[in-house]
Design a protein around this ligand. Structure first.
Ligand SMILES: C[S@@+](CC[C@H](N)C(=O)[O-])C[C@H]1O[C@@H](n2cnc3c(N)ncnc32)[C@H](O)[C@@H]1O
Length: 358
């Protein structure tokens, strides 16, 4: 955690926020530090009636309400080793088998790290499909949006982090990437701290090849990564000038609340770039909360695009006040590499939004 980001963004205690109280956090014990980066330590709630403690591990603060439950659920990932040889890892992969937490995590890291960083990998073949969907989508989204005022930027659901580094190259303020996936955000933090990407690139089945490559970004000193929930961001209203969230809308349990949270943290005149393939799954989002993808008999025949537009132009009963659609692409291509012989193509809906009443 960069002290500069902590000081500028003034995070609020997530526990207190969940009870409707705003209380500031302060930096407590610091056990490990490198320059202005706190690698291990704790943040404390300043309110006498709360005094919750939020750990900072491997440079990443865990800023969620119910931090004990989060730690319990994520202990395996918080304690995961990254010093094993690929020989030892392959034995753990074979031993735990397909579908194990170990191999599922490797699969996710493989797909996301490939898209985010394989363009920097001299070993990566130049053939199709091309990595870098996040960068192309960000560039097109910012083009649709036009300018935003000065101020900090947030990437919500930053995964392994490349978009946040690219946001810093295109926007002058501080950039914060937040996510709740420990393995993914640890990879992002490693890029920040070590200037290196290390990821398991899936070949086939449970066969993965370890890739290590340098990844240094000139504006990395303005980037930081925190664990925080998209539905309960630990910030005061109107903290950010820019919010970017690529392919997250259809991964959260409450998509309307997610849009509302973006509206809340954006300052007046600020802007947001969102993309989504509306790839709903009941495991992530209950069907009643899907934006489209159900109720084929209704006026939109189950289509997501008119539904999301009506949420943003105020004509839907559950409309999101404070966000207005200013540009969109209906068909933004996005490849997800699954393994050496399998790639999936999403066609995303890309949305540029402006903070302000419809
Ligand atoms: C489909 S991935 C997209 C990742 C990244 N934005 C990209 O485009 O490569 C969805 C991301 O949202 C994150 N996510 C899901 N629910 C979240 C939540 N409630 N708060 C923060 N991040 C969340 C996941 O951990 C994952 O990194």
């Amino acid at each position: 955690m960069r002290r500069r980001h902590f000081d500028a963004l003034r995070p609020l205690c997530p526990n207190c926020r969940s009870q409707g109280v705003e209380s500031a956090l302060r930096i407590g014990a610091v056990a490990r530090e490198r320059g202005s980066l706190v690698l291990e330590g704790a943040l404390h709630c300043s309110r006498a009636g709360c005094q919750a403690e939020y750990p900072i591990i491997d440079g990443v603060p865990i800023l969620v309400a119910g931090v004990r439950a989060f730690i319990t659920d994520n202990l395996l990932y918080l304690l995961a080793r990254d010093d094993l040889s690929s020989h030892a890892e392959s034995m753990l992969g074979d031993g735990s088998g397909p579908g194990s937490a170990f191999n599922t995590t490797r699969q996710f890291l493989s797909s996301y790290a490939w898209d985010h960083y394989a363009d920097l990998d001299p070993q990566e073949p130049a053939s199709e499909p091309r990595p870098g969907a996040v960068i192309r989508t960000l560039d097109r989204g910012l083009e649709l949006l036009g300018g935003v005022p000065e101020g900090p930027a947030i990437e919500i659901g930053c995964s392994v982090g490349r978009t946040s580094f690219e946001m810093a190259a295109r926007h002058r303020g501080l950039v914060l990437g937040v996510d709740v996936n420990v393995s993914m955000i640890r990879l992002a933090a490693r890029v920040l701290v070590e200037g290196e990407v290390r990821y398991p690139r899936r070949q086939v089945g449970i066969v993965f090849e370890r890739r290590t490559l340098p990844a240094r970004f000139p504006d990395a000193d303005r980037v930081d990564f925190w664990i925080a929930d998209a539905l309960a961001l630990p910030f005061a209203d109107a903290t950010f000038a820019l919010a970017v969230s690529l392919n997250v809308l259809d991964c959260v349990p409450a998509p309307y609340a997610f849009l509302g949270e973006i509206a809340r943290v954006l300052a007046g005149g600020g802007g947001a770039v969102l993309s989504t393939p509306y790839d709903w799954s009941p495991g992530a989002t209950p069907v009643e909360a899907w934006i489209g993808g159900h109720s084929q008999r209704g006026p939109n025949r189950g289509a997501a695009e008119p539904f999301v537009r009506s949420l943003l132009d105020g004509t839907h009963p559950q409309a999101v006040p404070g966000l207005r659609l200013v540009g969109e692409d209906a068909d933004s291509p996005w490849h997800v590499r699954l393994h050496a012989r399998s790639t999936m193509l999403y066609r995303n809906h890309l949305l540029a939004l402006r903070a302000g009443r419809a």
